[in-house]
Ligand binder design. Structure first.
Ligand code: GCU
Length: 139
């Protein structure tokens, strides 16, 4: 299995947010603009070859000076609570925020849910690194 996979927010499952492309610098075809409310989320399906730890790196923009924390849940349970998504300086300036979680073997539901009335940041993608190495490649 590949060690690193990328998952675009704009093609993930979006609840109370919109896929948009009006701020430069995103990857893929855009990003998700969370509605400004608690509970808005983006959910990714992430497949892991084996159970174990994974680093999730979220690429985001927050053009305000207020943190927009989110809970990161895996398969319905919060794995990293209140992860900070601090201001990046502009909506077209993108930063990253990492969280380490445990994935199950097979398909996992990775959900990033806004925990304040500001909603989430603008979310571009999540990169998942399981540390696994493709068969046939040297460790
Ligand atoms: C602005 C910005 C949006 C952003 C929103 C917000 O409207 O253009 O991209 O999502 O602020 O505060 O969430």
């Amino acid at each position: 299995a590949l060690a690193v996979t990328e998952h675009q927010a704009e093609t993930a499952t979006i609840s109370n947010g919109l896929a948009e492309a009006n701020h430069a610098g995103y990857t893929g075809s855009g990003f998700v603009n969370y509605d400004n409310e608690t509970g808005a989320y983006v959910e990714f399906t992430v497949t892991a070859a084996t159970a174990g730890p994974a680093t999730l790196t979220f690429r985001y923009a927050n053009g305000t000076t207020a943190d927009r924390p989110m809970d990161i849940a895996v398969n319905g349970a919060v794995a990293a609570g209140g992860v900070a998504f601090a201001g990046t300086g502009a909506w077209s300036t993108w930063g990253t925020r990492a969280a380490t979680v445990t994935l199950a073997a097979g398909a996992n539901r990775v959900r990033a849910t806004a925990t304040t009335a500001h909603g989430g940041p603008n979310l571009d993608k999540v990169t998942v690194d399981t540390g696994a190495v493709a068969v046939g490649r040297p460790a």
